[in-house]
Write a new protein. Structure first.
Length: 85
């Protein structure tokens, strides 16, 4: 089986500094540079909100647990990128 050396690991949506604030129940934010979409995760209620950028006036909100935050954020951004404006 050949290895795929060209495949890069997924870039983190939220910075290490942002993720370090999660244990303190502080909201953390990020902006995806490819889409301009802003993300905010509120650990107190487990909500991830996406807005602005490619979404325009639309807002997407979902619930997720802290352990799934990166996967949920990346999955949403990938889906929105495929869908387009």
């Amino acid at each position: 089986m050949a290895e795929d050396h060209d495949k890069q690991p997924a870039r983190a949506v939220f910075s290490e500094a942002a993720r370090a604030r999660l244990p303190y129940d502080e909201p953390v934010t990020a902006t995806d540079p490819d889409t301009g979409i802003r993300l905010i995760y509120r650990p107190a209620d487990g909500t991830l909100t996406l807005y602005d950028g490619l979404l325009g006036d639309a807002v997407e909100m979902m619930t997720c647990v802290e352990g799934d935050l990166e996967a949920a954020a990346r999955g949403s951004l990938d889906r929105l990128t495929r869908r387009g404006p």
